[in-house]
Design a protein around this ligand. Structure first.
Ligand code: NAD
Length: 387
């Protein structure tokens, strides 16, 4: 069991590590932050000061609270300094061998009761834990960016993880004001798997010439109720990040065609048109550039939304069918992790599961592609919830 006096260690002080450190220090824990790169550590420290000052300016927290948070943070030059921590969350570079080395070192440094967690987005927790003598103490605790603002945390037990540790970490996340969901150790966990069709089916509609980017973005926002269109969102996330997640999930699922990446996005990546951060992606972010206008054809818009949402629901139903998470957690993950307007399984009930199944069967018949095969999760249910 963790308490507010449990000591928290953070390895990696980049975007995620620093955000998680802020969350833990705000909850009153003493937090030890370590990074191999001294410059990155110094930057994290000064960014934390700026963030806390801004929160005080905006009257989100008091000066006393900001000082208390600051006093809870210890920036460390050696990994040794984390040896007395009760929970250590790793948020370093997304490379299996590097993570395994860090976990193995941490296990040697720390006491028998220290829990080791990874914030990995795409690596298997089981493979990270395999570097440890006690893999039962290793779990996944996957925050979303920016960690202080995004409420969702996916908690993942590897094949050897102790179920009691998963439950304790879930309680700790609740104490930190987060919304934890529990997911099986499978590629993309919940969010990064179930969200794939939002991008890939939109890219497919574009590649087929069924609609242009502006019209697809318009349809999913205006008719579908999504906060951002898929092309705007891919540009915001960055094609380097978004494409790599898609490719990883596809490879990890043994090249299942439903996760196949799109060449259109790969070309953007090759051209280094990474989206907003490079000034150009699907849209041009240079000052004065004129953006394409959507056609605003409502019938076409409904077709676009019907197809993308059916594919999303199919993936959510599949995750449920294969017991990756509970239906409530799958719905919570998509509304709180990526701001979907509704939980996808709830949405399926609203549309009618049979209707969603019909859409997929029609696409499957038309294209004769495995990509459109309906999940057993849709074929075997009439409604996901009882009313
Ligand atoms: N950025 C996101 O949106 C996001 C969201 C969820 C999860 N993640 C995951 O979180 C992790 C970190 O991502 P990030 O975006 O914060 O990366 P980042 O590049 O911003 O930060 C990583 C930090 O780790 C440090 N580092 C590298 N190797 C190290 C080592 N051996 N020991 C200690 N420090 C080391 C680097 O110096 C760097 O400061 C990755 O596993 C990533 O997949 C990222």
């Amino acid at each position: 069991m963790f308490t507010s006096s449990s000591k928290i260690g953070i390895v990696g002080s980049g975007a995620m590590g620093n955000g998680i450190a802020q969350v833990a220090a705000t909850a009153g824990h003493t937090v030890f932050v370590y990074d191999t790169n001294a410059q990155a550590l110094a930057k994290a420290k000064s960014q934390m000061q700026q963030t806390l000052s801004k929160l005080v300016e905006k009257q989100k927290i008091s000066t006393e609270k900001a000082e208390a948070i600051q006093s809870h943070l210890v920036y460390c030059n050696t990994l040794n300094e984390l040896s007395t921590c009760d929970l250590i969350i790793e948020a370093i570079v997304e490379k299996l061998e590097v993570k395994q080395t860090v976990f193995s070192e941490l296990e040697k440094l720390c006491g028998a009761n220290t829990i080791l967690a990874s914030n990995t987005s795409s690596l298997s927790i089981t493979s990270i834990a395999s570097a440890c003598l006690h893999p039962e103490k290793v779990i996944g605790v996957h925050f979303f960016n920016p960690a202080p603002l995004m409420p969702l945390v996916e908690i993942i037990g590897g094949i050897a993880s102790d179920a009691a540790i998963v439950a304790n970490c879930k309680d700790l996340m609740l104490a930190w004001g987060k919304l934890p969901v529990v997911a099986k150790d499978t590629p993309g966990f919940i969010v990064n798997r179930v969200a794939r069709p939002f991008y890939s089916e939109s890219l497919r509609l574009l590649e087929e010439g069924i609609a242009d980017i502006a019209t697809i973005d318009w349809a999913l926002k205006e008719i579908g109720g999504f906060k951002m269109g898929p092309f705007e969102l891919m540009d915001l996330i960055g094609h380097d990040v978004n494409y790599v997640v898609t490719e990883t999930v596809w490879k990890e699922f043994y090249y299942d065609p439903k996760f196949k990446p799109a060449l259109t996005q790969k070309r953007l990546l090759e051209a280094r048109f990474l989206g907003r951060k490079s000034g150009r992606g699907f849209y041009n972010y240079a000052a004065g550039s004129v953006w394409p206008e959507p056609t605003k054809d409502v019938e076409l818009g409904k077709t676009i939304v019907g197809r993308v949402v059916a594919m999303l629901i199919n993936e959510a139903a599949d995750a449920f069918y294969y017991a990756i998470a509970s239906k409530e957690d799958i719905d919570l993950a998509m509304t709180k992790g990526v701001n979907y307007p509704k939980g996808l399984l709830k949405w399926a009930d609203e549309i009618g599961v049979k209707e969603v199944l019909n859409t997929l069967q029609t696409l499957n018949h038309l294209y004769e592609e495995d990509r459109y095969r309906p999940s057993m999760g849709l074929k075997t249910t009439h409604t996901f919830y009882e009313y």
